[in-house]
Ligand binder design. Structure first.
Ligand code: 4AD
Ligand code: MG
Length: 446
């Protein structure tokens, strides 16, 4: 009998197959037992009829606890009513091997659990349909991103996790002792190293875990998250935005193609993702600021007014991002932020040194910043001055400065937060569900 995977079941209609998995749910109806079996790729209903099985085996099934592992063999039948993901098919149980009978005290029974309890049981929670669906979408987001970059002239270059200095501000650093070398820090970004690798390889990306000792507790922040960072030599801000929007469009299209069943289960409105078509609107920070100030001045509800408070020079808070993204039904680029609210390495705007060639991509529906990027400062002396001004240790940046001495070129790049994009694709509230084992200010377990 072919051992099949549930996501391929439609190809086996009318044939006998073997499914290996775990019992997710069980319903007994006299002579029938319905098992909802999950195998990692999907959930399928398996129907055991008393007359088809040994009495002893059927008796065991009636009492089989949730999460018991099983190998089931039987015919595949199409039935529109059959529950499951993708659903619409069931397997008749002709043979069943119980690999292990699960203990009956399984903590993640199929009822609602409080979020802290669920997070304490994350190693089991990931088996639940909603979490499984989200993490499948996440895997597709990562695969689609790599696919787009790999077929568009980029090469993957890994960057170190242990680094000698801050790259994205000194307030979110995780610090560790590094033998006799003094302190080392967990990488907040791979970008600075990618600026070195592009001078050897042209267009690169790095992809890995990044660390921020974020003291804020929001639904958009993790202390460990995965960032995909493309970096391009001979590339200015406008050229970069074109790359960025194409990549995001590709991700949305692949998620729609390959994860429609998961999204449907999550109740996602697919039309929102179908809207993610290039070109994305572009708005200057100046225009965004003007709009926000108008909104603030017009607002009459004092509580709302307090949240919308804005003046030129401020970074956007979540309520500001939400107001800007409400103007569009697709992601919007906001470019040209004040240098004071952005990282040290960004190229100044020509003729306006208080503004930098930075761009954030804000997702609709309140998801906010999903990508942050910029053109990088390519002049050696200006960069050195900026490093001094920020109080960064020049010695740790010696190599970085040298990139501006030997064939410096205009170059740009951006970072995309995998969990933020996943949360947006799935339409979920909090990014902690968009990573298998979330790390937040209050959680390093399990
Ligand atoms: O805007 P950020 O801080 O940019 C950088 O780190 C640049 N070095 C990237 C580059 O130009 N190569 O972070 C980039 C993205 C954000 O837009 C967001 O999606 C995500 O990373 N991100 C976080 N995601 C989850 N939790 C956090 N604490 C995050 N901080 C940033
Ligand atoms: Mg940012």
């Amino acid at each position: 009998m072919p051992i099949i995977r549930v996501d391929q079941i439609s190809q086996y209609e009318g044939r006998e197959v073997t499914v290996q998995g775990w019992v997710y749910n069980r319903t007994d109806k006299g002579k029938l037992v319905f098992l909802l079996v999950r195998d990692g790729t999907g959930f399928v209903q398996c129907v055991a009829f008393k007359g088809d099985l040994d009495e002893a085996v059927f008796d065991q099934l009636v009492r089989l606890p949730q999460e018991s592992s099983v190998i089931i063999t039987g015919p595949v039948r199409a039935d529109k009513r059959a529950p499951g993901i993708p659903g619409g098919y069931e397997v008749g149980v002709k043979q069943i091997e119980i690999v292990q009978t699960a203990d009956i005290d399984y903590p993640m029974s199929l009822k609602d659990h409080g979020v802290d309890f669920a997070l304490d049981n994350r190693h089991l929670w990931i088996r639940m349909q909603s979490q499984w669906a989200i993490l499948r979408v996440r895997a597709t987001v990562m695969a689609a991103t790599r696919e787009w970059l790999d077929t568009n002239g980029f090469i993957e270059m890994s960057t170190p996790i242990l680094t000698p200095a801050a790259a994205e501000g000194t307030t979110t650093l995780f610090e560790t002792e590094y033998f006799d070398e003094g302190k080392a820090y967990l990488a907040q970004t791979g970008q600075l190293y990618s600026e070195a690798t592009i001078m050897a390889f042209g267009k690169v990306y790095c992809f890995g875990p990044t660390f921020r000792a974020e003291k804020s507790k929001t639904r958009r922040h993790l202390t460990e998250f995965w960032m995909l960072e493309p970096e391009m030599a001979f590339c200015d801000l406008d050229q970069m935005m074109e790359i960025e929007e194409q990549m995001i469009q590709h991700i949305a299209q692949r998620v729609l193609r390959d994860r429609a069943a998961e999204l449907k289960f999550l109740g996602r409105d697919l039309s929102k993702l179908e809207n993610i078509q290039t070109p994305f609107p572009r708005m200057s920070y100046d225009d965004a600021a003007k709009y926000l100030i108008e909104l603030y001045e017009k607002e009459t509800n004092p509580e709302k007014k307090e949240l919308l408070k804005f003046e030129w020079g401020m970074d956007f808070g979540a309520p500001h991002e939400t107001e800007i993204t409400k103007l569009y039904d697709k992601p919007v680029f906001v470019y040209g932020y004040p240098s004071a609210v952005k990282a040290f390495y960004m190229e100044p705007w020509p003729g306006r040194p208080e503004v930098c060639k930075s761009v954030d991509l804000l997702a609709p529906e309140g998801y906010g910043e999903i990508c942050g990027g910029s053109e990088r400062m390519s002049n050696h002396d200006m960069l050195l001055e900026r490093i001094h001004k920020e109080g960064l240790p020049e010695s740790a940046f010696k190599w970085y400065l040298e990139l501006r001495k030997y064939g410096s070129v205009p170059h740009s790049g951006f970072g995309m937060g995998i969990e933020r994009v996943t949360a947006w694709m799935c339409g979920i509230e909090h990014i902690r569900e968009a990573i298998p084992f979330p790390r937040t200010i209050k959680r390093v377990y399990p």
